[in-house]
Design a protein around this ligand. Sequence first.
Ligand code: IPD
Ligand code: CA
Ligand code: CA
Length: 254
Amino acid sequence: MLEQIISIVREAGEIVISARDVWSHTHEKTSAADLVTEYDVAVENFLKEKLLSLVPGSIFFGEEETERADPTQGWAFIVDPIDGTTNFVRGLQQSAISVALAHDGTVEYGVVYDPYKNEMFSARRGGGAFRNGSPIHVSERPIEQGIFGMGTAIYRREYLEPTMRVTEQLFKRSCDFRRLGAAALDLCNVACGRTELFFEYSLCPWDQAAGSLIITEAGGFVCTLEGKPMSLTDRCSVWASNQVNKDVLKELEV
Ligand code: IPD
Ligand code: CA
Ligand code: CA
């Protein structure tokens, strides 16, 4: 199953790579900070058709859908066709396709693909995590020798203050931080040991479902900033880390 999902996602990556003149195929959803391109829709439609025929009877829970069924019933694909749309529109080449397959509310497979670097992150529950087929593991560096990723919860501006408060506390303890603009890749960066931590105050299930499994299968840790399990149905915050920094969360004023 994992290999079949990977092959479909890789094919979808060609749509992203072949995109031209993206600005003129871009529309505002709710504001200038909330964009959708015709490529987001094309990738989602492609994935929907292929994935639903891979698992007949499954649910498709995609970002660009107008109506979504409950992804905690039976088999469900949770899909972000382009995570990092603003990066995509601006040609920053830092975007990914994120696909999770859950069964009765538990993510069993996760795939995050960066078509620009041709990096395929994947995991099956209990089967470890991989980058282009090679096993990956979180780092063993404490935050004092590490860097962290953060997201600005752009669609929930009310979290600006706590976001900056946590960033300041972590920055004081670490070497530096990054704001990459694609949460699925931020999670994979923790999973493969490029960064030690990642947090954001508000993510949707399609941003984090695949990446959360990839982190835990890579030996890392993921929960909300309140210390609760991640949600497959609603927005939630995220705290993702290697094992060494797991408890840094308890030391923060969030
Ligand atoms: C967004 C990106 C961004 C994060 C936002 C997400 P989108 O996804 O992952 O890094 O800060 O919270 O919504 O809209 O580009 O698919
Ligand atoms: Ca996203
Ligand atoms: Ca998206």
